[in-house]
Design a protein around this ligand. Structure first.
Ligand SMILES: *[C@@H]1O[C@H](CO)[C@@H](O)[C@H](O)[C@H]1NC(C)=O
Length: 391
């Protein structure tokens, strides 16, 4: 009896090890890909520096370990600022919070790393004694112009010691004058890596049919929204663009009214469904929906809400009452992306790209992810603001 249970124990342990090994391999990051990319980043940076033409460089103080999209957002703005002022952007790795790892930026944003140099060789190009440290601060209005003036200076190597792109700046109307040039920057320089593009092709809800994308921002947002209501804060970054005024799902946002802030920042499922219904009536040919959400083990109720949304857009009776043809035939979401072995780090970018490619996008104006999606959509040829709804 005792011997049998020992044998059983041994078998179970073996089985558990197999399962763990399988799970690890399924979700393990692509270390060899990252190593290769880090090497080629170094090679390309050195080649760029050895090219005889004299260059000027800028190294910015950047976010360390904020969310993926917050880092992407500021990396794009800094790269844009460097190009505007004819400086080579010194790029830093992406900080991957879940594993506290530094990932090569070219695995995500090759449009930024091309023609830029890696921070790993910055000291070699710009020895500390030759670097001018500058601080750029002041009121939100005029900050960008001030930064441009400083970076247009004659110094070969500049390190900006202030964190220029602070939250209050990003949510202010001081961003609006940047939009025309940033839009141009996005359409000429923005590119996801081939890993992300390939996954996106595979992940499209249906291969050819137009689809709708919906960003369900939940997770930790409820507390965040209460804070924003008490500080009377409006939408963030590009969601504040005047040209998007018509995209805001009524009633319009009044930041001084805390009920209104919560209504837009943490909308009820009913309100979200109303927005979906409205776009579905306007676009009767759409029959699939992709939901971007932040459901995770620490936010399990998000899955329930996603499930309720799916049931609602697939219910023929409800849709008849809501006045559209439908129902949605295919509903996919962040949890159903076809992520293959070693691809999980790219899933969040695939979600963004799916929302950029969607015929219609319904997002949250308080979310930086939604606003980034909106910017990428508007930078595309033939973009229409009526295909965007901010709940
Ligand atoms: C505040 O916003 C809510 C939700 O939009 C609205 O019902 C209410 O009338 C607003 N209150 C005031 C004083 O405008």
């Amino acid at each position: 009896m005792l011997r049998l249970s020992f044998r059983l124990f041994g078998l179970l342990t073996l089985l558990l090890l197999f399962v763990l090994y399988y799970v690890y391999h399924q979700f393990a990051p692509p270390y060899t890909v990252y190593d290769t990319l880090t090497q080629s980043e170094l090679r390309e940076s050195l080649a760029l520096v050895e090219d005889r033409t004299p260059q000027k460089y800028v190294f910015f103080k950047q976010l360390q370990g904020a969310g993926f999209n917050n880092q992407v957002q500021e990396i794009l703005l800094y790269h844009h600022l460097a190009l505007l002022t004819s400086r080579v952007y010194v790029y830093q790795p992406l900080i991957w919070q879940p594993r506290r790892a530094s990932l090569p930026l070219s695995a995500f944003l090759p449009g930024v790393t091309t023609g830029s140099i890696s921070a790993a060789i910055f000291d070699r190009v710009c020895p500390p004694s030759e670097v001018k440290h500058v601080s750029i601060n002041g009121e939100n209005d005029g900050l960008w112009k001030h930064a441009k003036d400083v970076l247009e200076g004659p110094e070969r190597c500049i390190t900006v010691d202030d964190w220029i792109l602070r939250w209050s700046f990003l949510s202010s109307s001081a961003m609006h004058p940047i939009w025309p040039s940033f839009r141009h920057y996005l359409s000429s320089h923005f590119k996801w890596s081939a890993y992300i593009s390939d996954m996106t092709v595979r992940a499209r809800p249906t291969a050819i049919e137009p689809y709708m994308a919906l960003h369900l921002r939940r997770g930790d947002f409820e507390d965040h929204c209460r804070g924003l209501a008490s500080t009377q804060t409006g939408f963030t970054t590009w969601a504040t663009l005047p040209e998007l005024g018509g995209a805001v799902f009524p009633p319009s946002l009044d930041p001084t009214n805390s009920t209104s802030v919560i209504e837009h920042c943490y909308p009820t499922l009913q309100r979200i469904l109303d927005a979906v219904d409205s776009q579905a009536r306007a676009n009767p040919h759409i029959s699939s929906l992709h939901v971007l959400h932040d459901g995770a083990w620490d936010h399990p109720t998000v899955y329930l809400q996603c499930y309720k949304l799916e049931a609602a857009v697939k219910s023929p009776e409800r849709i008849l009452r809501a006045g559209w043809v439908g129902p949605m035939k295919v509903v996919t979401h962040s949890g159903t992306l076809p992520v293959r072995r070693g691809e999980s780090d790219w899933a969040v970018a695939v979600d963004v790209e799916l929302a950029v490619k969607a015929q219609v996008f319904i997002g949250n104006g308080y979310s930086s992810l939604s606003s980034q999606i909106v910017a990428l959509r508007l930078a595309k040829e033939g973009a229409r603001t009526k295909d965007i709804t901010l709940v």
